[in-house]
Design a protein around this ligand. Structure first.
Ligand SMILES: [Zn+2]
Length: 217
């Protein structure tokens, strides 16, 4: 494309000109902190999840540290309209994650708040999940989990009761006997994933595993 001549694709870290389908040059790629998590064994994110809900397996692709490249990559995906970053992250994931003969039944991504979706124009997890779905041949469902939201007036009136009793997410379909791989971008407190996991577990005889692009430690 003619645009490529005037605006060539550049490495996120060092600004070298690189192929249009890359995020970073080969030298900077070496600086990315991949976790080398083993999906079937205890790892850092599994220890965190265990404290919040019953968990099967976990995998985090990268590790965040102060100002490191992983952080820049996720920022690019979420705030710089670089939706294609999701595909690249999925490729890096599929090169490192092997489900062996224990593939989950369904991939489910965390739904974005509608306001954020409108601002951003895309859910940063969709292309990532779709690419993984095609690679592993596992179906994905972006509609299984819905965010519950309320009008302002109603929210004020019901605030206390809602905080005490209601989950911010709900399951939209009958689902039972499934092993679900929950997908999110960054694991920090794990509270969002825990809310969703409990809804899935309550909905039927399901199992939950977790996959995130990065873990913030
Ligand atoms: Zn570079």
């Amino acid at each position: 494309m003619i645009l490529d001549i005037f605006f060539p694709n550049r490495c996120l870290e060092c600004n070298r000109i690189i192929d249009g389908n890359l995020l970073v040059c080969s030298l900077c790629f070496e600086q990315i902190h991949f976790t080398h998590d083993n999906y079937f064994e205890d790892n850092f994110i599994k220890e965190k999840c265990k404290l919040l809900f019953p968990i099967e397996n976990t995998f985090a692709l990268m590790q965040f540290e102060k100002e490191n490249l992983s952080r820049k990559i996720i920022h690019e995906l979420k705030y710089k309209s670089r939706e294609k970053t999701g595909k690249i992250l999925a490729d890096w994931t599929s090169e490192r994650l092997d489900f062996k003969n224990e593939k989950p039944d369904l991939l489910v991504s965390v739904p974005l708040h509608p306001k954020k979706l409108k601002e951003r124009g895309y859910n940063q997890l969709h292309l990532f999940t779709k690419t993984l779905s095609e690679f592993y041949n596992i179906p994905f469902d972006h509609e299984l989990i819905k965010r519950n939201h309320y009008s302002k007036a109603q929210a004020l009136k019901d605030k206390q009761r809602r905080l005490e009793t209601e989950n911010p997410f709900s399951v939209t379909k009958n689902i039972s006997g499934k092993h679900i791989l929950l997908i999110d971008d960054v694991f920090t407190t794990g509270n969002t994933l825990a809310s969703i996991a409990w809804e899935i577990l309550k909905a039927g005889d399901n199992k939950v595993s977790v996959l995130v692009m990065a873990i913030d430690v």
